[in-house]
Ligand binder design. Sequence first.
Ligand SMILES: [Zn+2]
Length: 100
Amino acid sequence: MKKLFKKYNKLYFNNCLLLVDIFIEQDDSTYGYFDSNEMCIYLSPEYPREIIEATLLHEMVHLWQLDFDSTVNWVTGKNFHGKYFKQFENFIYLKDGIKI
Ligand SMILES: [Zn+2]
């Protein structure tokens, strides 16, 4: 996963993301999530590879938001999927057809 993180970091984020820990952990309620306190990404293993990779990318956008999206409220989760997230979503989809 770290290898993939590095690849995505280069492809979509100009290498501006700091490499964080990535944990694979069983969680039936979600594909994965980004923990902004512990600065790590959790991914659930029970899904097809394609979904896990798209989820990693999704969580990486949240990581990007930590430094570059001041509209996000990290306590309430407001704008987690706001306009800057959507811009990334569109950019990645148009570039490589990946739905994050
Ligand atoms: Zn999200």
